[in-house]
Design a protein. Structure first.
Lengths: 878, 113
């Protein structure tokens, strides 16, 4: 018969099952009556006739069963029947059911939640067509792993590289909208021609930028984001061609991007990611193409089909020496650049949550094993009635599958909420956070691990139950140490495994905790309490550098004289907010640089009170003042130690000019303490600060830092008022207490710690339940023995010690396994740790002690119960 | 299945199928009728008990060789009648041919030295 017909027939058979059963019964009844009638016709008396017919018919149930077997849809029918029976059994012991289902639901739910995050961040493709061809391009040298490019370097690459279909560069360029209402600063990027084309995106309205827009003077066009267009311009359909005032200049709107446009992220100067970007405007190539000192362009490119990133990198490295000595090119796929740093963390979390699931399965297996031994007689009867070994196993598996499915359903119900909570807890700037949803993939994943879990924890009890020595079980009503022996050993192994896995998680949590505490206690190099920061952007058009200088001078005077402000400063940036890699090469008077290198350090701008405002300590010399003019310099300890080892750098002079005149020499006036880029950075970069008078680079965008004992809101008002007094059209953006910035910088370690600690806690609870279950069961088995001991004169305390020793032995074995496993897995965690090794003995010891203590605690109740055994009663038991 | 002489179990199933097919080939019968017919045409050698008959009937119905319908019996009781399907008739003819070959082979085997 053709397979399609077979399937159809099976389906019909399934659907018609009740009718078929009914029909069979009628058929058999007909047969019986007909046979009886024939017997009567042959002369037998009615009663005898019927009995003879019955005898001939044989066992009706057997016939029905055999016919059912013939029907070959048995598997599904049996499964359905088993599931219904399992449901009945579970309803009979609600406490047991609730405990297992709940623990499974929590474990499966946690797995689903973490998988949702992984799906959204790691598995989902980037929102650009053929995103695997998009790469980021960096410069790389021994000192700087990923460095931005100079605009003219980028232009040369664009002209000469053969590996790319298209290439574009972008750099941060926020713009202020003034006019109606409060002036507002928008997140923006300056982009070169064809930027969106590289990404594979097109404006929903209008056009994108072309080479003509890169000519200086043509920059006054802007492309809006969909959100900005709707929020600020009421989705005006005639927006194209309209002029809006940004940074006091008339910009023409030439395009609007479709909703959901995601900017691919940048490295420096305050990462702007995804859909947070408001507008894009052209980058124009200005200045001397041979002056390539400043590096601030971030470059992306779309590889030609079939070209690998490595090939492109090699090709570009071949042409680099022609225009940029000393640099290598680094080509990194965009995907890796965006999610790379978070990959390790997410995989660690997935591992942790998988361990929790394993522990929950072990627990479930344990509980089911205990119940299987308790149901021995029932199973034996079933076996005696003809249930084959395979059927028995199937029945038990049906039960565990049902439990697993219930747990999985509950987990799904909680999943959506759990994912939302998780996303809310994600550290700031976590890549691709808005693509995290519960979706079809998550459902499928949950279903699969539910099935897997059900089979995993159901197999052992099922095999155990089916392993029947029939007589053995039917005989004694409860004891049978031999048949329970193997089960008990298996349960012990499971508990040892549980404790081991829980120990691994606890050690992970402990290490992360120590890292986090180290981070919190690490000296940031500044004092973030009571400090408020803000960004001010002075439009080029209305503020030429001298105007900008005057503005800041007046602003600082105004702020520093305010009653509740202790110190107010202005600088090119504040700590821990990202940094444009601006490095200056310089000469030190009277020193020769090591051969082949030159002296270089990062440069920043700062006003005199900047360091005081931020609480950066002075470690040598003094702070520069306005009286020092433009020739004074502050350097940090890293730079002092590096270039003036063993000597005092104060008083030395350096210059940035190749042929310096007297006015080009700057004098080191003071040394300040080191501030690292991030709390987890290994060490601080060498850095120096010029007074803001020394306007080597644009002063139009500056950060304001204000220290005061007052409420941050009041300080914010002070800043806004002071700015408004000087220029009411200026926006004060990004007002944040320094403490928030500091906090945000430890948000990732805090996040990992929180989750791993949560999972470890869950694991420990489950393991405690597990060991309690096993010890309680064992005590139950040995009541006779305990009764005997006490009858023979043993102290209750001795009995208790006996039980506790058993528990401690299990715990020790488990902890031992866990410690070894943790040592082996330690490497995985290393990149997430700070200030503590992956094999930290203190953590290991604490976890071991805690695990054993919890185990002892869990055994306490059963141990006490053991002492409560009435010797006479125990001896009497059969 | 009772028989006068001990038989091999596997052979019996194939034999039973053939006998059932033979019994319904001329026209439809109900279960008891099939059993009676087999007893009749084998001169009492094979008395098929319900425990063997019904599973076989259901199996052959599953396989598509028999089709069943409910009708009225001789004494106006409702009974389930089985008849041969087209596939069943083909199966019957092939089984008959097979059986013929087996008997020839057995005869020649037993007659050999």
């Amino acid at each position: 018969m053709r397979s399609w017909d077979v399937i159809r027939m099976r389906w019909r058979t399934l659907r018609r099952r009740p009718r078929v059963e009914d029909e069979l019964e009628r058929e058999l009844r007909f047969h019986l009556e007909q046979q009886a009638e024939e017997n009567r016709t042959r002369g037998l008396p009615p009663a005898e006739a019927r009995r003879a017919a019955l005898r001939r018919l044989g066992g009706v149930a057997q016939i029905q069963e055999d016919c059912r077997d013939m029907r070959r849809t048995n598997f599904i029918e049996n499964l359905w029947r088993d599931l219904r029976y399992a449901l009945r059994m579970l309803k009979k012991s609600p406490g047991f059911t609730v405990v297992i289902v709940l623990t499974l639901a929590l474990a499966i739910g946690a797995n689903s939640a973490i998988f949702s995050v992984i799906d959204g961040v790691l598995l989902r493709p980037l929102p650009y067509p053929e995103a695997n061809r998009i790469v980021r391009i960096f410069f790389h040298s021994a000192d700087y792993a990923k460095f931005p490019l100079n605009p003219f370097d980028f232009r040369d690459f664009r002209a000469r590289s053969r590996s790319f279909e298209s290439m574009a560069a972008f750099t941060r360029g926020d713009l202020q909208l003034s006019g109606s209402g409060r002036p507002e600063q928008f997140t923006g990027f300056r982009v070169t021609a064809g930027f969106f084309h590289v990404l594979g995106l097109h404006p929903a309205m209008g056009r994108e930028f072309n080479r003509k827009d890169e000519i200086p003077g043509n920059e006054l066009s802007v492309i809006l984001s969909d959100r900005l267009w709707r929020d600020r311009f009421a989705a005006d359909p005639n927006i194209i061609g309209r002029k809006i005032t940004l940074d006091s200049q008339p910009f023409t709107v030439v395009g609007v991007m479709p909703p959901g446009t995601e900017h691919p992220g940048n490295q420096y100067h305050g990462v702007a990611y995804g859909q947070t970007v408001d507008l894009w405007w052209p980058f124009a190539f200005r200045g001397n193409p041979n002056q390539r000192g400043s590096h601030f362009m971030e470059v992306i490119g779309r590889l030609k089909p079939g070209v690998a990133p490595g090939q492109a990198q090699a090709e570009m490295n071949a042409i680099v020496p022609d225009f940029a000595r000393g640099w290598h090119v680094l080509v990194i796929p965009l995907y890796r650049e965006i999610v790379g740093p978070s990959q390790r963390l997410l995989l660690v979390l997935l591992g942790a949550v998988a361990l929790v699931l394993l522990i929950a399965c072990a627990n479930a297996a344990n509980l089911l094993l205990a119940r299987a031994t308790a149901r021995r007689s029932e199973i034996a009867v079933r076996a005696a009635l003809g249930a084959g070994r395979r059927r028995l196993i199937a029945q038990m598996l049906a039960e565990s599958l049902l439990i697993a499915l219930l747990g999985g359903a509950l987990a799904l119900a909680m999943a959506a909420g759990a994912v939302r909570v998780l996303v809310a807890l994600l550290p700031a700037g976590f890549p691709r956070a808005d693509s995290i949803h519960t979706n079809a993939e998550v459902f499928v994943f949950t279903f699969l691990i539910t099935l897997g879990a059900g089979i995993l924890f159901g197999l052992a009890p099922a095999l155990q139950a089916a392993r029947a020595d029939l007589h053995d079980r039917l005989r004694d009503g409860g004891r049978g140490a031999t048949s329970g022996g193997r089960s008990l050993r298996l349960r012990n192994v499971l508990v040892v495994g549980e404790i081991g896995l829980a120990s691994v998680l606890l050690i992970g949590a402990g290490l992360l905790l120590r890292s986090f505490v180290n981070l919190l206690h690490a000296d940031p190099g500044f004092r973030p309490e009571h400090v408020l920061t803000a960004q001010i952007s002075l439009p080029d058009a209305t503020y030429k550098p001298p105007d900008a200088m005057r503005f800041y001078d007046r602003l600082l005077v105004s702020l520093n004289s305010a009653a509740d402000i202790q110190a107010a400063g202005v600088g090119s940036d504040v700590p821990w907010t990202g940094y444009d890699e601006n490095i200056g090469g310089f000469t030190i008077e009277g020193k020769k640089p090591p051969t082949g290198e030159d002296f270089h350090a990062r440069y920043h701008l700062a006003s005199p009170n900047y360091f005081r405002a931020l609480g950066i300590p002075l470690v040598g010399g003094r702070f520069f003042t306005t009286a020092d003019g433009a020739q004074a310099l502050m350097i940090n300890q890293a730079m002092a130690r590096s270039y003036w080892p063993g000597k005092d750098a104060v008083g030395s002079r350096i210059t940035f000019e190749d042929h310096p005149k007297e006015k080009d020499w700057m004098t080191v006036v003071g040394i300040v303490g080191d501030v690292k880029d991030r709390p987890t950075s290994a060490m601080a970069e060498m850095a120096m600060w010029w007074p803001i008078e020394q306007a080597f680079f644009p002063v139009q965008q500056m950060s304001v830092a204000v220290r005061g004992a007052a409420d941050p809101a009041l300080l914010a008002n002070d800043i806004r008022r002071a700015v408004a007094q000087l220029d009411p059209t200026l926006a004060v953006a990004d007002i944040r207490p320094m403490e928030d910035i500091a906090d945000a910088n430890v948000s990732t370690p805090r996040f990992s710690l929180f989750l791993v600690a949560l999972f470890a806690g869950l694991a420990l609870t489950l393991a405690a339940i597990g060991i309690y279950g096993v010890i309680a069961y064992s005590v139950g088995q040995r009541t006779q023995e305990f009764g005997l001991r006490m009858a023979l004169g043993a102290d209750p305390a001795d009995v208790m010690a006996l039980v506790l020793r058993q528990g401690v032995r299990l715990a020790l074995a488990g902890v031992g396994v866990g410690l070894i496993a943790a040592l082996a897995l330690g490497r995985v965690l290393r990149s997430l740790l700070y200030g503590v090794g992956a094999a930290d003995p203190v953590t290991f010891a604490c976890v071991a002690a805690a695990a054993i203590a919890i185990a002892v605690l869990a055994c306490y109740l059963p141990a006490r119960r053991a002492t409560g055994v009435d010797p006479a009663h125990a001896l009497r038991a059969e | 299945m009772k028989a006068d002489a001990p038989q091999n179990q596997n052979l019996l199933q194939g034999t039973l199928d053939l006998l059932i097919l033979k019994a319904v080939a001329p026209g439809e019968r109900h279960g008891l009728g099939i059993s009676r017919r087999i007893e009749q045409i084998t001169n009492g050698t094979f008395q098929v008990k319900p425990g063997s008959l019904f599973p076989a009937l259901h199996r052959m119905e599953e396989a598509g060789w028999l089709a069943a319908s409910w009708g009225e019996s001789e004494n106006n009781r409702k009974a389930k009648y089985y008849r041969l399907t087209k596939a069943g008739r083909r199966q019957f003819e092939s089984e008959v041919e097979n059986w013929g070959r087996i008997t020839l082979a057995m005869a020649s085997a037993l007659a050999a030295e």
